[in-house]
Each structure stands twice: as C-alpha cells, then as structure tokens.
Design a binder for this molecule. Structure first.
Ligand SMILES: C[S@@+](CC[C@H](N)C(=O)[O-])C[C@H]1O[C@@H](n2cnc3c(N)ncnc32)[C@H](O)[C@@H]1O
Length: 220
C-alpha cells in the first residue's frame, strides 16, 4: 500500500518541487490537474467520493442545509461539494485550478453547485462572512507557510456569525519531523490555533493511526 501511495504522489511531488523552486507555492495545482486531464499524471487525492469524515459528521449531527449557504474550499473534482449540496445547502465551491473546476463540471453536469475558479488567498469580496458552513479538506496542508497563515485568515473570514467551519486534515505530532512535502502537515496545536478572535473550537475528533483530524469551529 505504501508503494502504491508513493506512486500516486509522485507527479504531485515533482510538480510541487518545481513550483516551489520558482517561488510559486500554488502554481503546481493547475499543472497537475491539466496533466491529469491529458492522462499524463494522477491526481492522488481524487477518491471520486465524498470524504468519509465529512459524511460521518453530517450524519452524526444531522446537519441540514435548507435555507443556508455553504462553500467548499479547494473543491477539486467536486465530490464533497455535491454531498454538501445534497444536504440542502445553497452551495458554492471553488478551486485555484481552472482544470479542476472544468473536471468538476464534467463529473457533475446537472449540479446545483456553483463551481468557480478562485484563490483562497484572495477570495471574492462578496464571500466575506457569507457562509453558514465552510468546508475545508486537505487544502491548508497542501500549502507551505507562507502562504498558509494568510490562507487560514481568509478561511476564517468566509464564516458568517453563527456559522460553522469544518477542517479535515492529517495531524502531525508536535515532536514529529515533517515528511517530504507535499503535504505540509499541520500539528494538532496549529489546527487548534485556527480558533482566535470570534472563532472558537467546538470539537476536535481524531481518527485512526494516520491521525486524521476533524475540527469543528464556530464564529460566535
Ligand atoms: C490536497 S487537494 C484536496 C482536494 C479536496 N479538498 C479533497 O479533499 O479531495 C488541495 C486542493 O486545494 C486546491 N488549492 C490549493 N491552493 C488553493 C488556493 N489557494 N485556493 C483555492 N484552492 C486551492 C488544489 O487545487 C487542490 O484541489
């Protein structure tokens, strides 16, 4: 399994390294998705299904979205956004990669989700404090710091008063040396530190040996 995973990650690691050499920490996403479109690379995180911990969270807390707005950050090919829309949320979803957004529209041609190309580091002004639910899965850990701190600030800004921010990530132990990036795993302490100002941590659950973390925050 380890070897398979390394194989799947190889294109992403190569393109990320080239991007970082050019001081362009987000340029490789479009190059990866574009290469995948022509069959020249694999998008290693594409499971073609909604994230298990997102589904489990929504089921456990009986999340219903009617009359509420959601946004899915770094949505890739859209499987999580479709799930969120299926809960009844009026849903926006965005990715920095235009090829990913094209892929999402192709995968879900009859979707109610508004897919668009946008950068979390500079999101549309009208989205500020605009959402009852903000879903972020594996995007913060796909960014080195900088620009991750800026990404966290912008992420928090998307949440409306009373709204929820859900972050799903793989946590690294505080004492553990980071592995070869990507990803640039956050520590649990860094994930908890998303809660500042009016944003508070509601609950944080850890899952399994690979230390998947699901953190739910709320803007008071
Ligand atoms: C590791 S992938 C995870 C994709 C998806 N959330 C999932 O869980 O399968 C990170 C995603 O975030 C997108 N991304 C990275 N930086 C971004 C940014 N600054 N703004 C918007 N999307 C970004 C990438 O293109 C990629 O689709």
């Amino acid at each position: 399994v380890r070897e398979d995973r390394d194989d799947r990650d190889r294109d992403a690691r190569r393109l990320a390294a080239e991007s970082l050499d050019r001081d362009d920490p987000t340029g490789w996403f479009e190059r990866l998705y574009a290469a995948a479109e022509s069959g020249a690379a694999v998008v290693p995180w594409d499971s073609a299904s909604p994230q298990r911990l997102l589904v489990e969270w929504a089921e456990r807390f009986r999340v219903r979205g009617a009359g509420r707005r959601a946004v899915v950050v770094g949505c890739g090919f859209g499987d999580d956004a479709e799930y969120v829309a299926g809960l009844g949320f009026d849903t926006d979803a965005f990715d920095i990669s235009a090829s990913a957004i094209r892929g999402a529209r192709q995968r879900f041609p009859d979707s109610r989700v508004r897919y668009r190309t946008a950068d979390l580091l500079d999101p549309p002004a009208e989205w500020r404090r605009g959402f009852d639910l903000v879903v972020e899965i594996y995007t913060l850990q796909a960014l080195p710091d900088p620009p991750r701190r800026q990404a966290v600030t912008r992420l928090r800004d998307l949440v409306r008063p009373g709204g929820t921010l859900l972050v799903i990530a793989i946590a690294r132990d505080d004492a553990e040396a980071p592995g070869p990036p990507p990803p640039w795993l956050l520590t649990r302490t860094e994930i908890e530190a998303i809660a500042i100002d009016e944003i508070t941590l509601v609950r944080l659950d850890e899952f399994g040996e690979d230390r998947r973390v699901r953190a739910e925050f709320r803007r008071g």
